[in-house]
Design a protein. Structure first.
Length: 206
């Protein structure tokens, strides 16, 4: 099975973005933004992006409904804040994961795309890649010639949160990593008054 890649467009130009995908042999891009629009970077809004990718011979698929961080299900929020654990348990989320796996099995080299350049700051790594990491090779495209393995990203996550197994206390490294994902998920999860307000701000997504 092909490896899975992730990338954040941030302030990149279209040329740089396409070049990064080509460098890593990516031929399909899965857009996991809940709202595939950008007022700040309009060339990364869905229609323009799809057209640009098509010209470069790269397929585009929108999976924000299945794998986005701003669910339209009220049950996935606690006190107005998205809960990654709840999102990850939904049937819709698992359907999105299945589509990624099936695409990889059928020969596509897929990159998950969201806005943030740093994977630790984005749900594509903390929410979407977490259940995929057990059976897929995952690489995060950082920049020109810079690709980080998901395992190395997890090491950075533990360092960022200053978490490590305690030999004297007999703490399990797996439990420490689960705690790290949960803490980072809580830190970066979308927080808004209501889902309606989330939808009304769709055009402001950067």
């Amino acid at each position: 099975m092909n490896p899975l890649y992730t990338i954040g467009y941030s302030s990149r130009s279209q040329i740089e973005f396409i070049d990064l995908l080509r460098q890593n042999g990516v031929n399909a891009l899965a857009d996991v933004r809940s709202f595939p629009f950008s007022r700040r970077y309009p060339h990364f809004s869905r229609d323009q992006l799809r057209a640009t990718l098509s010209q470069a011979g790269i397929h585009y698929v929108f999976l924000g409904k299945e794998l986005g961080a701003r669910s339209d299900d009220p049950a996935c929020y606690r006190n107005g804040k998205a809960d990654y654990k709840l999102i990850s348990r939904t049937e819709q989320f698992h359907k999105g994961l299945d589509r990624i796996r099936e695409g990889l099995r059928t020969g596509y080299r897929i990159a998950l795309m969201c806005a943030e350049r740093e994977p630790l700051e984005c749900h594509r790594a903390i929410l979407v890649c977490k259940p995929l990491r057990s059976d897929l090779q995952i690489f995060h495209i950082i920049g020109q010639g810079q690709v980080e393995t998901h395992r190395d990203m997890e090491t950075r996550l533990l360092s960022l949160l200053r978490l490590e197994p305690d030999f004297l206390k007999g703490t399990d490294p797996k439990n420490i990593l689960e705690e790290a994902y949960e803490l980072q998920g809580e830190r970066i999860a979308y927080s808004g008054a209501t889902i309606d307000s989330t939808i009304s701000r769709a055009s402001e997504v950067s």
